[in-house]
Design a protein around this ligand. Structure first.
Ligand SMILES: [Zn+2]
Length: 79
């Protein structure tokens, strides 16, 4: 039984999205609030955090950084 972290900041694994959001550490999946893709928490890249306040702060910071990039490495459009 792990007690270290209660929440994860996770990154959407859908191509062309890659936005950050947070979920409870015990959740198996998380619906991306940006593209409504169902992220498998286990497979997503994630950062462990101890509080929902910290989680919200990181999500905000990470997404702001994404917005500042003109051509993020992860953005590959199929169209
Ligand atoms: Zn998404």
């Amino acid at each position: 039984m792990r007690l270290s972290s209660d929440y994860y900041v996770i990154r959407c694994t859908k191509k062309g999205c890659g936005k950050f959001s947070y979920c409870k550490a015990k959740q198996k999946t998380k619906m991306c609030p940006y593209c409504e893709y169902r992220i498998t928490v286990e497979k997503a890249s994630k950062t462990e955090v101890n509080s929902v306040i910290h989680a919200r702060k990181l999500v905000q910071e990470f997404n702001k950084k994404l917005g500042e990039m003109t051509e993020p490495w992860w953005y590959k459009s199929d169209n």
